[in-house]
Write a protein that binds this ligand. Structure first.
Ligand code: COA
Length: 195
């Protein structure tokens, strides 16, 4: 992708088909929302939808800084990464909640769908990069976006969805149906120095 003029408006092209979110059957999940909220009605002035290029100017990168170290991501870096994701069909489902009154992204969660040979060439989901902006916490948005991304994985025929989290987050994810597998999985990693 060529470098874009910094002042040019960015596109609203969704990373994935937004109808996927509207088609999800919330009755399939055990999580209850009080007051009721849903992907179509996440709250007053809020909208849930796939990530789009224009989200760079709506604080998407700044939101991720509330999750982990992000670094200085320029507009062009962001657009190139978005384009790379878009070129991998049926793989990246970065989902956001925008506050339409402020034009700011206030929550995000990503489903990555991995193609496998095992289990008859199945697909598995990974839940990544869950974050709700400080000012919007405690309004069930974390619960909602995780529930939606989890249902999306099921809808896309993933045979399972997994996540990594700190010990302190285990009760939070347990309440959303995620289970620890203490005897069968040990999370191991090598961290490379430059990452
Ligand atoms: C974790 C996070 C996504 C929760 O978002 P949120 O919108 O505030 O969560 P909700 O309002 O949907 O909370 C749902 C429930 O989880 C509980 N909860 C919220 N954050 C929690 C936490 N850090 N640990 C344990 N429980 C938590 C809430 O008390 C609430 O309980 P209730 O249903 O009994 O009332 C948000 O605090 C956040 O972005 N944190 C920083 C980034 C992060 O840690 N991401 C997760 C990485 S694995």
């Amino acid at each position: 992708m060529e470098s874009q003029d910094e002042s040019a408006p960015l596109s609203n092209e969704p990373l994935y088909n937004p109808h996927l979110l509207q088609r999800l059957d919330m009755a399939k999940c055990k999580t209850r929302f009080d007051p009721p909220i849903s992907p179509n009605q996440p709250g007053e002035g809020l909208i849930m939808r796939p990530l789009c290029p224009a989200d760079y100017d709506k604080g998407f990168v700044q939101l991720l800084c509330q999750l982990t170290k992000v670094g200085e991501v320029s507009r062009n870096q962001f657009l190139r990464r978005y384009a790379t994701m878009k070129e991998c069909p049926n793989t990246y489902y970065v989902t956001v909640i925008e506050d339409m009154t402020t034009s700011q992204i206030v929550a995000s969660a990503t489903l990555v769908v991995e193609q496998k040979f095992i289990h008859d060439c199945a697909v598995r989901g990974r839940l990544e990069d869950v974050v709700v902006s400080d000012d919007y916490r405690g309004k069930q948005l974390g619960k909602l976006i995780i529930t939606v991304v989890t249902l999306l994985a099921q809808h896309l025929n993933c045979y399972k969805i997994t996540l990594d989290c700190k010990d302190t987050m285990i009760p939070f994810y347990s309440r959303l149906g995620y289970k620890l597998e203490p005897c069968s999985s040990n999370y191991m990693q090598i961290r490379f120095e430059n990452s």
